[in-house]
Design a protein around this ligand. Structure first.
Ligand code: SF4
Ligand code: SF4
Length: 121
C-alpha cells in the first residue's frame, strides 16, 4: 500500500476472510455453526445488517509485513474496501454479536428466549 495513505502501518483487514452464511433456522443449522466454531481461528458474527457471517482468521499470503506485496494487481475486493468505516477507523464494533468458540455460542443460546430451544448440549 502507498506510504502516505490512511492504511500506513495497518493490515487488519488483510488478516482474515469473512463471508455471509444462511441465518440458522433449525437444529441442523445450529449444529453446523457449532462445528464451525470448534475449528481453530474460525469465528461467527452477526453484522449490523443482521446478516450471519463466518470469519476465518488467516492472513493473506501476499502480505509483506503490513504492506500489500501485490498492490498494483491486488483483487478488486481489496480495491473496493474503504478505510472510512473499517476495523481501524470505524466507530464502535464492526459486528453486533461475535462468537469465537462453541462455548460462547452455547452460552448465548441458553440465554436467548428466541434460540434457547436450539441450545447445544
Ligand atoms: S482499510 Fe482500515 S483495517 Fe484495512 S489496512 Fe486500512 S486502516 Fe487498516
Ligand atoms: S491482496 Fe493485498 S490488499 Fe488484498 S488482502 Fe492481500 S495483502 Fe491485503
Amino acid at each position: 500500500m502507498e506510504a502516505d495513505n490512511p492504511c500506513q502501518g495497518c493490515s487488519k483487514c488483510c488478516r482474515y476472510v469473512a463471508m455471509e452464511i444462511d441465518k440458522p433456522e433449525d437444529q441442523k443449522d445450529f449444529d453446523q455453526i457449532k462445528w464451525f466454531l470448534v475449528h481453530k481461528d474460525v469465528w461467527i458474527f452477526i453484522d449490523h445488517d443482521n446478516s450471519w457471517n463466518i470469519q476465518f482468521n488467516t492472513p493473506c499470503e501476499k502480505l509483506n509485513g503490513n504492506l500489500c506485496g501485490i498492490y498494483k494487481t491486488r483483487p478488486q475486493i481489496c480495491r473496493d474496501y474503504s478505510s472510512e468505516n473499517c476495523e481501524k477507523y470505524g466507530a464502535g464494533d464492526s459486528f453486533k454479536l461475535l462468537w469465537k468458540n462453541m462455548e460462547e455460542f452455547e452460552e448465548y443460546l441458553l440465554g436467548s428466549s428466541k434460540y434457547s430451544k436450539f441450545a447445544l448440549r
